[in-house]
Design a protein around this ligand. Structure first.
Ligand SMILES: Cc1cc2nc3c(=O)[nH]c(=O)nc-3n(C[C@H](O)[C@H](O)[C@H](O)COP(=O)(O)OP(=O)(O)OC[C@H]3O[C@@H](n4cnc5c(N)ncnc54)[C@H](O)[C@@H]3O)c2cc1C
Length: 490
């Protein structure tokens, strides 16, 4: 049976609870109308006037019976000729982190046969690790601000605004609520599950995926792909090697941090074999090293620098830092990661008292001319770490010199901590390798989502949000691509 082709009118049909597409073209003096609902497809011909429900009931009932009872909108159209085969493409999702699981969820909800392949023995291991810090799922922040949190070379200016239009922070809360997980927003706007745990959410998520028919193949390490139709995936398993065929593939293999969770970045080899250019994975949201003198460590190891401002490469942020044995950690530093990495000799400049001007600090010192740092500790209310840090700049000629050091204390950092310790990684599949649908230009039918793409964002919920949004986008893109190919093939 030749399917209807022609003007495609794509409509969201919430009543059907599914995605619906209608295609119309002139046909024997009337219209040929194809209706797709979920995985089912019917071809209807010979348009009837609106209200002529009787003759169209066969068609309507057929459509309704495959969709939901709430009433399909094809009633004014026609007579059923014959059902088309169901549209149930095989989609392989590789990598079971938030990006891959969301891609599987969206693809399976439209009727695709989805298998999730995962190298580890269980799914979502890094997601569970993120739960140790409370699982910051997203952040309630205006979309125009939210979108600026994502960076990385070669991204189109529209990419993140579009993803945020598809999945707003409130949408993440709704998604969690549908899984039975209540969320709350802290005063910072950061959104967490009410119980601050990842495991209950993951458990319910996997249960929902199974209900949608998603199959899981754990202990399957992806090792390569043979392009073609179908696409052939290669895996190593504990006992053997095996292959699996799919009509479309979504790769969601994560970045390179915390390799023990499975995100080891080893996928760069098989993708490079396919000719895909990859920016080297480097640590992001990570600590930086600084060779503290023993007296600073003795006085302040493990102590926070609270309410400071930090700057690098012309960018200034407010926040906290933590003085560690090897250097510094903390949100303020994570935000400056891209600027620090871009510098040949990264220098972090700390303003220990951003709420006070240099003149105000000098005034608070009064007539003091001796033991300046010790005096400043009480007069400026310095914590242990700030007090110890000022020792790096001693001696001070006068209070003005001390205040100048407090307002702009330069630390020449010696490098980032290893990627294995970082919260996330930057680098990954370069943007010029993918189209706006997240499909690899060199390997049609293969889509990429999540942290393995060359974007980065600071901590604060932006990472998981970005993974959910790109996972959903990759799934919808894969389905759109498959439909287009099926329609043009017949
Ligand atoms: C300590 C810590 C705390 C964090 N806290 C937060 C937070 O609160 N909020 C937030 O937004 N983000 C947080 N993150 C970051 C967030 O967890 C990640 O950005 C996110 O999990 C990335 O999702 P992903 O789906 O792209 O990849 P991943 O979650 O890394 O999943 C990739 C999956 O692919 C699998 N895989 C890899 N290679 C192969 C292969 N060859 N074959 C088959 N499978 C493979 C891996 O085993 C893994 O299961 C945190 C990260 C860490 C380390």
């Amino acid at each position: 049976m030749a399917p209807a082709t022609g003007i495609a009118e794509r409509t969201n049909a919430p009543r059907l609870g599914r995605w619906e597409q209608r295609l119309r073209r002139p046909f024997r003096g009337g219209w040929s109308v194809g209706v797709e609902s979920g995985g089912w497809r019917h071809r209807l011909i010979s348009r009837r006037p609106p209200g002529d429900e009787e003759q169209s009931s066969l068609a309507r009932d057929a459509v309704i019976s495959q969709a939901t009872p709430a009433g399909a909108s094809a009633t004014s159209i026609a007579l059923l000729v014959s059902p088309a085969p169901p549209f149930t493409p095989k989609i392989a999702v590789v990598g079971a982190g938030p990006a891959g699981l969301r891609a599987a969820e969206v693809a399976a909800a439209t009727g695709a046969q989805v298998t999730v392949f995962e190298a580890k023995a269980s799914v979502g291991r890094k997601f569970l690790v993120a739960g140790r810090g409370g699982l910051n799922l997203t952040r309630l922040e205006p979309a125009e601000v939210f979108a600026t949190r994502y960076s990385g070379p070669g991204q189109s200016a529209e990419f993140w605004p579009q993803r945020l239009a598809e999945l707003a922070p409130a949408g993440v809360q709704t998604w969690a609520a549908e899984l039975g997980i209540e969320t709350f927003a802290a005063s910072t706007g950061r959104v967490y599950p009410r119980d601050l745990k990842a495991a209950p959410l993951l458990l319910r998520w996997v249960r929902r995926l199974r209900q949608l028919g998603v199959q899981f193949a754990v202990h399957h390490r992806w090792t390569g792909l043979t392009p073609g139709a179908p696409l052939r995936l290669h895996f190593s398993t504990p006992d053997d090697t095996r292959t699996a065929d799919a009509d479309a593939v979504i790769l969601a293999l994560g970045g390179g941090s915390w390799p023990e969770t499975g995100s080891d970045g080893a996928w760069t080899g098989p993708l490079a074999d396919l000719g895909v250019a990859i920016a080297t994975l480097v640590p992001a949201n990570c600590g930086w090293e600084y060779p503290w003198p023993p007296e600073v460590l003795a006085a302040a190891e493990g102590q926070p620098l609270k309410s400071i401002a930090a700057s690098a490469g012309g960018q200034e942020v407010r926040g906290e830092l933590l003085l560690t044995r090897y250097g510094l950690e903390g949100g303020a530093l994570y935000q400056l990661g891209p600027a620090l990495r871009a510098a040949a000799e990264p220098v972090l400049t700390i303003d220990l008292k951003p709420e006070h001007s240099l003149e105000q600090l000098v005034a608070k010192m009064g007539p003091v001319v001796k033991n300046l740092r010790a005096e400043a500790r009480a007069r400026w209310r310095l914590g242990d770490a700030a007090h110890a840090l000022l020792g790096l700049c001693e001696p001070f000629a006068d209070a003005t010199a001390l205040a100048a050091a407090a307002k702009a204390l330069p630390l020449r950092l010696t490098g980032p901590r290893p990627i294995a310790e970082a919260i996330s990684s930057a680098g990954g599949v370069r943007w010029e390798e993918i189209d706006e649908q997240l499909m690899l230009r060199r390997v049609p039918g293969v889509f990429v989502a999540g942290e393995m793409l060359d974007w980065e964002a600071p901590t604060g919920g932006y990472l998981i949000h970005g993974c959910l949004a790109t996972g959903a986008h990759a799934a919808l893109s894969a389905l759109g691509w498959l439909r287009k190919h099926r329609d043009s093939a017949v």
